[in-house]
Structure formats: structure tokens, C-alpha cells
Design a protein around this ligand. Sequence first.
Ligand code: HEC
Ligand code: HEC
Length: 429
Amino acid sequence: MKKNLLLVALLLLTTSCQKSCRDSSSEVSMQRGKALYTVHCASCHGNQGDGKGPAASLLWPKPRDFTIGIFKYRTHRGLIPTDLDLLQTMKMGIPGSSMPGWDVLKTNDWYSILTYFKTLSPKLSSEKQGAPIDIPEETKTTPESIQEGRQLYEKRGCIACHGPGGKGDGPGAIVLKDVWGDRIAPRDLTEGPLKWGNLPRDIYRTLMIGVPGTPMPSYEQTFTKKELWSLVHYIQSIQKPFPKDYDPSNPKRNLLIINKINGKIPMNYKEEAWAKSPKIPVFLKPLWHEPGNTEWITVQALHTEEEVAFYLRWADDKADRDSNQNDGVAIQLPMDKISNPADLPYLGIGSSSQKIDLWQWKDNGVLANGVYDQGEWHVILKRSRAPSNDNKAPLTDVGYVSFELWDGDQPKHAGPTSFSEWMIYELRP
Ligand code: HEC
Ligand code: HEC
């Protein structure tokens, strides 16, 4: 009898713990989410999620105001995105805007941020989730389907906004405004990756439902399914291929291998040692969207016992190194050793954060060689792995790095022209 009572008491205890323990674990997740949001999101989106963070004035398109509850990326009908849609945006970022991707964070941290982030946007809890958007089976891409797509594109109004070649320069493009009252330009369809998904299904979905909050209409009632697929095929046919080996959804795209060599690291990019080291295409995000922003930079790196060097290469129509607005590049390293990516400092985007070591072309202690050749910059920056200066971060075996670029021929805005997400580097023995 006594034994049974004890059992009942134990059972009661565990069931009551199950609930309160769950509550306290979601409370912990909420607190963690808030802390992560404050470091990594609030400078753009604001502490209240109203899109008015301190960096917002440097940015266009503007960071989303979450409080209104209009989201552009959705795979379901109705007004609100699913949790997975929001996580997808957080993971991948938004090409052509300053919204970085957070692939470096751990999955449970994404969920913590999501839990907190949803409290800033009441509609996400009050609205009912719609049904998944059904996408019909893709028709075959053929010269005829591309041709049909081209004709629809040219005759049915796309040109007015997206321009004859799809570069986002149609006559209507300059007057377009979104529901937040900001000017909005369609992304250049010929440059990938697109903002709202780059797979054929994603492009189909964008055409079907339009882009909420923007003048991009929904074409579900306008075109047949076959016509929509033809438009997708036409868009794909004008899109430039990504750099070789680049897969936008592969987290490894953010891994930079730094091989070891014997002897000195050459400062001439034409040397054999550079030809042999892996070339990593890095996708950049603009602060201020302008046509012709540099979006790709190729990064290579080498190390010895003492030194480390990065070779950065990118296309640029014109070399500007002596004007009042120079071409430039910088490497960012966190000052402190980071064992969990959640502790990474906020990506500096040009602000002189004390937690970031920014090494530039003309810094003391950095050996630099920049050559402009046939429309491309080749810049090598070399430094000691264990700098004597306290303001400089040492290079550990594994760590985080990001890149910033200035383009002299672009209209002048504050800060760099574009920047990369945090990437992981690994020094290989
Ligand atoms: C450097 C500035 C910046 C930072 C940091 C940033 N964002 Fe953004 N974010 C943006 C911009 C700009 C947009 C709007 C892009 C557009 O509409 O083209 C955006 C849009 C979004 C959207 C809207 C997607 C949709 O479907 O409409 C979500 C969700 C979002 N950000 C979440 C986050 C979270 C979570 C973090 C932190 C982990 C974060 N952002 C950090 C700039 C930023
Ligand atoms: C009234 C102007 C307007 C018209 C007409 C228009 N669009 Fe758009 N479209 C936009 C804007 C603005 C955006 C950008 C929304 C954003 O980035 O948030 C956009 C976005 C898109 C995208 C998504 C791009 C991305 O980065 O994910 C595709 C694809 C697209 N449009 C194709 C078309 C096609 C095809 C047509 C014709 C059938 C068309 N649009 C007609 C204004 C227009």
C-alpha cells in the first residue's frame, strides 16, 4: 500500500515536472532567442522588430518591419508564412539585399530565434495557417517552351517593370513603391540566385502568388499552368550560371580550406602555389542595392607556420585606386576565440566594432599586393598568424571570417558596397 502511494506520488511528480519542465525549457529557449536576436538581428530589424534598427538608414531595401506581419516568402496560402518558411529565410538570407544567411548557427539556435522573433509579429500567432500551395508537375523545358515564355514575357506586361532583358530596368521600375512606402526595384532576373527562391518550383510559386507587399502581381488567374512553366523556363534561360561548384543550399559553400605550404607564401597571384589551392566562390550581399553591384568574389587562402594570406579576386569594370572613392577589400575576423557560432559578434558591415579585427589593403602589419588585370582585381593580403599587436586577432586552426568589398564606380553610400556572411575557415596541416 505504502509502496503504491509512493508510486502515485512519483508519477504525479514526474507528470507535473513534464509540464513545468517543458515550460521552463521553452522559457530558456525564449531567453536565448532574445539574446541572439539582439546581437544578430536587432541592428537592422530593431529591438521591437519594427525595421528601425541603427543600421537601417545605411540599407536599401529596408529591413522588414515584422510588427505589421506582411512577409514576402511563403509556401502556403493565406497571409502568414510557416515556421519552415521563416527558418528558410533565416538560413539562406535574401540575395540582392543586406539580409545575411545564418547557416553557421546551430539548428536549435535557429529555433530559439524563431520562438522569440514570433513574439514581435503578433499576426504570426493570431492568423490561421493556410493550405500548402500546390505546384503542378513541371513541363519539359524545350526551345518551344522557352520561346512561348519569351513571348508572354514581352507581350504581357513583365517588361514594364523587369525590362526587355530582365535586368530590372523597365520603364516602370523607377516609380515602384512597396506597402511600406519605400521605393522597390525588381531584382535583376539574369543574376542568380533570386530572392524568393531559385528552383523552378520557387519561380513558379513567385509567379503564381506574386510577392506580397510589393507591386509584383499574382498571375494565377492570368496564365494557364503550362504558360506559367514556360515563363519559368524563359527566366531560367536568361539567368547567368552560378560559379562552378556553387550550390546555394549547401552549407559547405561557407567553408574555406586553408592549405599549408612550405617556404614563403607568394605575393604574386600567378605563382604555382595559388593555382593549386582551392577556389571558393563567395556570394556577397549589398548594403544598398544598385544595378551592377559586385556579388561574387573568389577567395583562396594559404598558410605556413608563421603566416597566412588571402587571395581575393573579383570582376570590376574599372580600377579606382586614386580617386576619393576607392576600390577596396577587407577581411574580418572576430577578435575573440569563438567556440560556438552563436557567440560571433555582429557582422561589422563597416562599423568599427571592437569585437572585430578588420584588415584592409593599407593596414599596418598587412602586406598587400593588388593588381588590376583585364577587368579583374587580384588582391593578396598577407599577415603574421600571431600578430604582435593587441588589436589584431590571431589566426587559430579553425575560426570564422567574412569579407567586405568597396566598389569605386558605384554611387557613394556609407560603408562597404557589399559583404559576405560569416564563413568557417580551417587551417589544414
Ligand atoms: C544587415 C541587416 C540585416 C540583419 C543583420 C538581419 N536582417 Fe533580416 N532582413 C534584412 C533586409 C534588408 C530584409 C528585407 C529584404 C527584402 O525584402 O528584399 C530582411 C528581411 C527579413 C525577413 C523577411 C522575409 C520575408 O519573407 O519577407 C525575415 C523573417 C528576417 N529578415 C529575419 C531576420 C533574422 C531572424 C535575423 C537575425 C538572425 C535577421 N533578419 C538579420 C536585413 C537584415
Ligand atoms: C508592376 C511591376 C511588375 C510587373 C508587371 C511584374 N513584376 Fe515581377 N516583380 C516586381 C517587383 C517589384 C519584384 C520584386 C519584389 C521583391 O524583391 O520583394 C518582382 C519580383 C519578381 C520575381 C522574383 C524575383 C526574385 O528575386 O525572387 C520574378 C521571378 C518576377 N518578378 C517575374 C515576373 C514576370 C515573369 C512578370 C510578367 C508575367 C512580372 N514579374 C511582372 C514587379 C513587377
